[in-house]
Design a binder for this molecule. Structure first.
Ligand code: NAG
Ligand code: NAG
Ligand code: NAG
Ligand code: NAG
Ligand code: NAG
Ligand code: NAG
Length: 377
């Protein structure tokens, strides 16, 4: 895949029609630190689509029971680790949150201090529109079960989408077919790439103080990077939480999903950022005994509350960046610009297509106009 040169970016800026092979510089669009998460995310107290042994609570319940809290520099989501559950009652209390805003082409950098660990756990950090199954695509950035490392990065799509066998990435492909049926999470394998480091997941991730996951989504590819917090060579824009970042400087990703045989623009739509923690269900339940956790996941979750003391997410920050080529980040301007582009010629749309990708959702435009979700600088 081609990497955007600075000259291509300048070409877009002056309106020259050019192929939209874009990457490289991005500017901060939203910063989530501490209590920002309470404003920018909603708690989904839904019944778990993966049939886990979980009760997803409301934000009010989570705060009242201290299953979520924020300090000036951390944000925590954790499971109930004190209640013994009755076998015929609801599951273990936990959080499932999703961003109010939706994102299209963008970069998200997750600065994670701790991820949930423990037998029976199934944590996930992902981007999707969970109200439409996989029809807007799904990107599982950090997900696994029962403390089994490494992390697998996985795409799920409703439309046809396959990956070339030969990709420039550090990880190992488990499957090159991303297509799956339309229900999220129910045993669809998708196209998974195993990270090359055990530090990418679970107990080893936590013992290193966590690390950074970064997702870049363009109209032409999806890439995910990972750096353990204690490793050498973390890009300074990542470790410093910079307001401007350049993915060209980040080296080879752990997972690369190019558009050779996958119309990324068509099979991926506007996605929310979602963070959850469920227990057992299809995946964590099936792998429970193989992971040396015992014979009955549900019973274990019911009867061993203290086993979930480390079943928590702790984030230092989640930062969302938009392409610097859409340097025009004023909310009203973007709404107007989007309307203009919709009414304009296809040639103009083609040249501006990349910057418009971010703002084509009516929902997102509405959020931007009320001045909220994109935290426009
Ligand atoms: C979500 O919370 C509301 C309000 O507390 C409650 O009425 C509803 O039953 C909850 N839904 C689920 C699936 O827990
Ligand atoms: C919530 O839990 C944290 C971590 O255990 C603790 O520091 C904090 O004081 C608790 N907050 C409340 C209101 O209990
Ligand atoms: C998906 O691939 C199958 C098998 O190649 C093909 O029959 C079908 O038409 C494709 N669907 C779309 C929407 O392209
Ligand atoms: C994989 O791609 C690289 C870079 O494009 C190329 O040099 C190499 O020959 C390819 N390997 C195979 C087995 O196709
Ligand atoms: C596992 O434990 C649960 C809760 O005690 C019980 O309902 C279920 O029947 C058990 N499953 C098996 C296969 O024994
Ligand atoms: C941003 O949009 C406004 C209004 O459309 C326009 O006047 C201005 O030139 C734009 N700025 C850039 C950097 O494109």
């Amino acid at each position: 895949m081609g990497i955007l040169s600075r000259s291509v970016l300048r070409g877009v800026a002056v309106g020259i029609v050019t192929q939209s092979v874009l990457a490289g510089p991005y500017s901060i669009a939203q910063t989530n630190i501490g209590s920002d998460f309470f404003n920018n995310f909603q708690w989904e107290n839904i019944s778990d689509p993966t049939n886990g042994r979980v009760e997803y609570v409301t934000q009010a319940t989570a705060q009242a029971e201290n299953l979520t809290y924020a300090t000036s520099d951390t944000f925590v989501l954790r499971a109930d680790s004190t209640t013994t559950l009755s076998a015929d009652g609801p599951g273990r209390k936990s959080n499932r949150i999703k961003s109010n805003a939706q994102y299209n082409t963008h970069v998200t950098v997750f600065d994670i201090l701790h991820m949930p660990q423990g037998c029976g756990t199934w944590p996930a950090l992902w981007e999707a529109d969970d109200s439409v199954g996989t029809s807007a695509g799904e990107i599982d950035i950090l997900e696994g079960v029962d403390d089994i490392a490494p992390n697998s990065v996985t795409l799920h799509t409703s439309g046809n989408c396959t990956m070339p066998s030969n990709r420039t990435m550090l990880g190992t492909s488990l499957s090159d077919d991303c297509s799956s049926s339309a229900d999220i999470g129910n045993g669809n394998n998708g196209c998974s790439v195993d990270a090359p480091y055990t530090s990418s997941y679970g107990p080893v991730f936590n013992s290193n103080g966590g690390g950074y996951y970064a997702l870049e989504r363009t109209s032409e590819y999806i890439r995910v990077w990972f750096w353990a917090r204690n490793q050498d060579g973390i890009p300074s824009d990542i470790s410093g939480g910079a307001s401007s970042i350049d993915t060209d400087d980040w080296g080879t990703p752990i997972a690369d999903f190019p558009d050779d045989d996958c119309a990324i623009n068509e099979v991926f739509g506007n996605n929310n950022i979602i963070v959850d923690l469920t227990f057992c269900g299809g995946w964590a339940g099936d792998d429970f005994s193989g992971a040396g956790c015992g014979s009955n996941c549900t019973q274990y979750v019911n009867e061993n509350p203290s086993a979930f003391e480390n079943a928590y997410w702790e984030f230092a920050a989640v930062r969302v960046y938009s392409p610097s080529s859409s340097s025009n980040t004023s909310a009203t301007t973007n709404a107007a610009l989007s309307a203009n582009v919709r009414a304009s010629s296809s040639t103009l749309s083609a040249s501006l297509g990349y910057m418009m990708d971010i703002f084509t959702s009516p929902t997102l435009i509405a959020l931007a106009v009320v001045g909220g979700a994109w935290g426009l600088a």
